[in-house]
Design a protein around this ligand. Structure first.
Ligand code: GAP
Length: 482
């Protein structure tokens, strides 16, 4: 089947997301609110699976990373120290004719609010000079709204990790190199939210700050710092790794993780930022890009931030952020590598990657289009659909409920007895459910004694069915969803 055009494709994605309950517009009954999205029943499961898989790979499957869950509102000095109050801005222009406000670098792409069919560059209105606009949402803590109690909704989760660096170090008894991982909401008053959930005003991040020894310390301890070249073996961390090798290590780790949840390597790109593109604190940044239908765009940024953040917090808080390295017998502020991923962008990438339309022909020779989400079983919101062949046969229903109860403590299952079996399969194909189990008359023994307590197990992608005994179902499915 021909590839649908970009816009058409995104329209299909948005429509499926609403129809099947992946993503809804926030506050839809009041006309929505731009840049805010809610996750429906399937979206909430998908998101939870993705976050759990990230958390598991970062913390539980490693000895060198500890977790953190910090508040969204923190002391406003955090944002002074981090530089967000001074520099977290977009240059904006105002249109003197339509009174719209736009990002200066996007002025030619944006629809004019008064004449949506026109872009602003066509709107004859004269523009003001660009002025900085801070992207942080402001609020007040306590009953009085004054300058003295201004606070901000965090624009990234990272700063809480730096602010709690010493506490986590102490309780986790980690030694550098080690990391702190956090998943949580972040807020940015984006000037032009766009591309569905891709650029939102409220979103979630999965961030790791991985603290390493400064290169001088590595050199002092090892005599030299390992160089990064094509022969560098990244599979096993080594004592002589400096920031460049650690940075590359994390780029590789993150790409492998994306592959493990179903994004093919060919759908991803590494973009090494050029010197003049780097943020003021970064020594190097690699963006992991995904080939979205609306363009190849950032999914995650992996920055080598040096000792910028801890040094800033030490300066602004007056509290030492130094680490005493027993091996080097000296104190230093650790450097950091930061893989920072957006959950919502990843959910969108997974849905776009999974979506497929294909012609299928039924037993009667009728051809129809099957919409299927080919999610990796690890991330799929529902792992298995359970279907009694007929709902008006109590023996079939009872057996199906038994199967449901065996599987449900271990995975998200969906029990469905309504409608023709083909229709039920299609509904689960569209939800991305990788497996379907049908309980039929053979299960009850009508096909001969060797078929008693067996069911059909249908594979979403090949649509092939095999006969499996009920007792084998759990280990067989667990193997594929973990
Ligand atoms: N601590 C570093 C940091 O926040 P960033 O590149 O600004 O870096 C990291 O953000 C990730 O957060 C991005 O790669 C993206 O996935 C996600 N993200 C950033 N702004 C976003 C937005 N407005 N909507 C959705 N996701 C966003």
């Amino acid at each position: 089947m021909a590839e649908p055009k970009t816009n058409e494709f995104m329209e299909k994605i948005v429509s499926l997301c609403k129809r099947r309950g992946f993503v809804f517009q926030s506050s839809e009954i009041y006309g929505g609110i731009n840049g805010f999205w809610d996750y429906g029943p399937l979206g909430a499961e998908l998101k939870r699976n993705v976050k759990d898989l990230w958390w598991r790979s970062m913390t539980r499957l490693r000895d060198d990373i500890a977790g953190l869950e910090a508040t969204i509102i923190m002391h406003p000095k955090i944002w002074e120290a981090s530089g967000h109050i001074a520099t977290f801005t977009d240059p904006m222009v105002d249109c003197k004719t339509c009174k719209g406000r736009f990002r200066a670098d996007q002025v030619s792409e944006i629809p004019c609010p008064q004449r949506p069919s026109k872009t602003v560059s066509e709107c004859a209105g004269e523009k003001t000079e660009p002025r900085p606009f801070n992207l942080m949402f402001k609020t007040h803590v306590g009953p009085v709204e004054g300058d003295e109690n201004v606070a901000y909704l965090r624009p990234e989760t990272a700063q809480a990790i730096f602010a709690q660096f010493k506490n986590v170090l102490e309780v986790s008894r980690q030694k550098v190199p080690f990391g702190i991982a956090q998943i949580g909401k972040a807020f940015r008053n984006e000037v032009t939210p766009r591309n569905f959930t891709f650029r939102s005003r409220e979103f979630e991040q999965m961030e790791l700050e991985f603290f390493i020894k400064p290169d001088e310390i590595v050199e002092k301890l090892n005599g030299s710092v390992a160089k990064l070249d094509s022969s560098t073996d990244l599979s096993q961390a080594r004592a002589d790794w400096g920031w460049e090798v650690w940075h590359k290590y994390w780029v590789e780790q993150r790409i492998r993780w994306y592959e493990s949840i179903g994004l093919p390597r060919a759908s991803l790109e590494e973009y090494w930022q050029k010197k003049d593109e780097l943020a003021h604190y970064a020594k190097a940044t690699v963006d992991i890009l995904y080939k979205f239908p609306f363009g190849t765009q950032e999914l995650e940024g992996i920055a080598a931030r040096g000792d910028f953040d801890l040094t800033q917090h030490q300066k602004h808080s007056g509290r030492s952020m130094e680490y005493f390295d027993e091996e080097a017998k000296s104190k230093y502020i650790p450097h950091v590598i930061e893989p920072s991923a957006g959950v919502d962008r990843l959910i969108l990438a997974l849905i776009c990657n999974a979506y497929q339309e294909e012609p299928v022909t039924d037993e009667k020779g009728n051809t129809e289009t099957r919409i299927v989400l080919r999610f990796h079983p690890r991330v799929a919101p529902v792992k298995v659909g359970i279907f009694p062949l007929l709902k008006n046969k109590p023996e079939l229903v009872q057996k199906a409920l038994q199967v449901r109860d065996i599987l449900r403590p271990h995975m998200n299952v969906f029990y469905d007895e309504a409608g023709a079996i083909g229709r039920r399969y299609r509904r689960q194909d569209e939800a991305g459910t990788p497996f379907g189990i049908t309980i039929d008359f053979d299960t009850l023994g009508e096909g001969g004694p060797e078929r008693v307590d067996t069911v059909t197990l249908r594979d979403r992608d090949s649509m092939r069915q095999e006969r499996v005994s009920i007792s084998e179902l759990l280990p067989k499915l667990l193997q594929q969803i973990q």
